[in-house]
Ligand binder design. Sequence first.
Ligand code: GLA
Length: 559
Amino acid sequence: MNRLYVLCFCVVVVLRTCFSTSMADDKPMLAGTPPMGWNSWNAFEKDIDEKKLREIADAMVTSGMRDAGYEYLVIDDAWMAPKRDSKGRLVGDPKRFPSGMKAMGDYIHSKGLKFGIYEDRADLTCQGLPGSLDHEELDMATFAEWGVDYIKLDSCHAERNGRMSSVDYAIFRKAIQATGRPMVLSISDFGNAAWAWGGKKYAQLWRTSNDIYPWMDSIYYCAQTSGGDQKSHPAFNGLWQFAGPGHWNDPDMLHVGNLKHIPDDRKEAGNQAHFGLWCILAAPLMAGNDLRSMNASVKSVLTAPELIAVNQDPRGIQGYKVFSKDGREVYCKPLADGTAALLFLNKRRESADISVSWKTIGLSGKQPVRDLWARRDLGTIDGGFTAKDLGWHESLMVKVGKKGKPLPTAAPVPLEKYTVTRTGVTYLSDLYYIWKAHHAPVYDATFANKPIVINKETVTKGIGCKGKSAFMFMAGGKAKRFRARVQMNPSSPASSEGRFKVYNEDFFANKVLWDSKKMTRDSNALDIDVDISGVQCLMLVFEGKDAFGNWAEARVIGK
Ligand code: GLA
């Protein structure tokens, strides 16, 4: 009897598992490797029309971009008419897309490409055109009818939606699933912590950064949001542990071929550094240059087959830094075939040799090395590798090791180090913040690294910050109260004002749980004791230009 019971139970479990994975998730099928394509924004911004985009589709084929792997042609903002039609449906701008969007999609498909389109989750797009708020099902169904394969869903004005980001994207995800058409969902939210609030449940990729611009500072900044500590606690060493097949960190679209404010003799190096970073970081490769006039150098960068192979490696590990000092960096991406890709990059004007030892990446002894730009074997090298005499923006991408068992990755940060997992008190300064904007917070000290004094009492736990400062912790639904005492630091300029706010989730969710209102340097400390039951992500914000503030004894009480 017992055995029969156990057998039945097992059968039910197996059936349920099969059923739920096949029913619930189109994700493993979609974007199993980082999406590759071309997007109109970086090349043309609002200046798009069907003639131009047809020419781009043609150029994707004739330039060899399609065959190199670029499959999506994504039409960004400003394709739509300023008004919906009488049935409330989106329509293409009649002047610029007179044949309509379905015809546009058909043309794209006829070239063996896939059709991507832009929308916004609020009532208006960033360019003030009709957004999808309250039209989610209709719009997703319309896109499916037009044969759309990829949706970039932007977030301008979404703070007016009155919904959490996680709620917004869940609605779109459901609406997409209801169409029955597999469409990649790309979260464009300027890096507002989708990796924390659960982007991977709803979408295949999410932005980690503000908008990219065609100069190296911006490109390096965007790369650091995904591959460095621009957006997350340094302990994470970038966001690599949050990416994988079907869910990618997106440091924004490529500007290869568009670089400005860079000497001519650095342009190719700049393009290579940009592309190399995106490849090693397993970033989506969305070209953003005018493909109709691409020169040979730009084309050779965008279509470099062995670089693309690193980006598209089926193991789907996002590369991470194994060395970083004074603008010289080495990134490692362990690959499916047992080898690893290494990117050596010099961001500084002064030339440098940059070295890494095999030990750092889990290898030893003699290892074959191949230059992936030159597509040339460099021989077998003992102990480690030095990229010699790398000039300003110069980089080298190599593949090292023999084929065989996949190399171990770096150790990801364990959940309990960045999420509330305990009952009782957890000081937030004992957890790594998962997201930050502006100035990084300082743990258990003021921003200037002095003891925190609150109402004349010195405390050992707390967070010091400089306005403006925002950071997020994972409460993971495991905490019931947030408590702290807040006060401006006496070192703030006499005339400065500060304001402390506690939010549920990100800025777009716009759910303020507690607000100190304006404080000055002379204001008494305020006690915070707020209910955070069910809160997944807790965001602390300190506003105030040049002001300093302290979250003394910031802590949560676990359930
Ligand atoms: C935002 C996005 C950009 C682009 C524009 C279009 O700024 O981040 O990538 O889509 O909107 O208006």
